[in-house]
Design a protein around this ligand. Structure first.
Ligand code: TTP
Ligand code: MG
Length: 385
């Protein structure tokens, strides 16, 4: 039997803003855009704002109608990422087996660590206290025999909650759970389940595995069957080999100068290229991420029919992607490469790469010896618009 702990920060972006601006405490606070921002979307809202019906992914305009006295702010992703790094830095103190799930949550496999604590409640309290003393923020924690139940448990008593789910409590806990809360059941599957007259977990229990698989397909059918019985064997998977390598930068002010964005893209492409080559990898896909002044975020990708690891290809592709975007003032810009071809094997098309690869290698050896950016190409230097 495993002991899994799920941690999720409370109203994360809003809580960070309240930390930095104590005058917002206790007030309805909405992150995602100014009140009059026409296309803004709510990224999160303080619990005071949620009482008005405001929630993540709602248009700011609607939030402004529901909660006219709310404080609306655009948000500062760079700051949230810093705090996220602090929080994720705490988890390894508790377990060597940590699976980071998102900016503000993680699974910790605590199996075998139970005897370090007088009780599982105490284990949860200690993690919450550690996060609080290190960051000043509250987290909610769920402890249960598996991932599915631990995540439900952390959500149960939010905010600042702690729920330990004993195996003997599981059936009672799940009975009245809406089927949409089962992991893997999205809006579409939820509608199918409702169509079958299945609204909560207790409605599913009388049905056989075969019946559910007939109605929902083999994979989802068995998932729903087992989850409704509280059975979930998914292991906690620690962050392993990178699936992508990227850099992003949040600007202090919105940027609309194309030459500035081009220069930033060039600098990030060099950093990404250096890391790619350091790992001995070749990638096939370049992606860019652009967050606009109103917090809308888009990504664009291009996959090439050859693999590459040189700065020129990364920059060239990233710039091409950027040029296809209808640019408005930009808050954040990022470049990522992915779709790795392992090892250091030469690309079939390496002939094309040769000259720039040699230049890259020379620059890398200098940059490794001194500091990143010690030697760069002209395009990374500032220019006048
Ligand atoms: P969540 O953990 O889903 O939400 P939360 O931390 O704000 O609130 P809760 O107490 O219910 O956990 O997401 C973490 C952060 O991710 C959230 O603070 C803002 C961001 N986010 C978005 O930007 N857009 C979204 O649609 C969601 C769901 C979250
Ligand atoms: Mg959260």
């Amino acid at each position: 039997m495993r002991t899994i702990m799920h941690v999720d920060m409370d109203a994360f972006f809003a809580a960070v803003e309240i930390l930095d601006h104590p005058e917002y405490a206790g007030r309805p606070l909405i992150i995602g855009g100014r009140k009059d921002s026409p296309r803004g979307v709510v990224s999160t809202a303080s619990y005071e704002a949620r009482k008005f019906g405001v929630h993540s992914a709602m248009p700011i305009a609607k939030a402004a109608m529901l909660c006219p006295e709310g404080i609306f702010i655009p948000g500062r992703m760079g700051r949230y990422q810093d705090v996220s790094r602090q929080i994720h830095g705490i988890f390894p103190e508790f377990s060597p087996l940590v699976e980071p799930l998102s900016i503000d949550e993680a699974f910790l496999d605590m199996s075998g660590c139970e005897h370090f604590y007088p009780s599982l409640e105490d284990m949860g309290h200690r993690l919450k206290a550690r996060i609080r003393e290190h960051t000043g923020l509250t987290a909610s924690v769920g402890i249960a025999p598996n991932k599915f139940l631990a995540k439900l448990a952390s959500d149960w008593k939010k905010p600042d909650g702690l729920l330990v789910l004993d195996p003997t409590d599981v059936q009672g806990f799940l009975r009245n759970l809406p089927v949409g809360k089962l992991w893997g059941v999205g809006k579409k599957s939820e509608a199918i389940l409702h169509g079958l007259g299945l609204y909560q977990v207790s409605d599913i229990l009388p049905h056989s595995l075969t019946w559910l698989q007939e109605k929902l397909g083999s994979a989802l059918g068995s998932q729903v069957y087992y989850l409704s019985r509280g059975i979930d064997d998914r292991p906690v998977v620690p962050e392993t080999e990178a699936q992508s390598i990227g850099h992003e930068i949040t600007f202090g002010e919105d940027q609309d100068s194309t030459s500035f964005l081009r220069q930033q893209l060039a600098q990030m492409s060099e950093k990404v290229g250096l890391r790619l080559r350091d790992k001995g990898l070749y990638a096939r896909t370049v992606s860019i991420k652009v967050r606009f002044h109103d917090f809308r975020t888009i990504t664009r990708s291009h996959t090439m029919n050859r693999s590459f690891h040189d700065d020129d290809t990364i920059f060239g592709e990233a710039l091409h992607l950027l040029e296809q975007i209808n640019l408005e003032p930009v808050r954040l810009l990022g470049v990522t490469v992915s779709n790795f071809q392992g090892g250091t094997q030469l690309s079939l098309f390496s002939g094309d790469d040769q000259p720039s690869s040699l230049v890259s290698e020379l620059m890398d050896s200098i940059n490794r010896k001194y500091s990143p950016g010690a030697i760069t190409k002209g395009r990374t230097l500032p220019t006048d618009d």
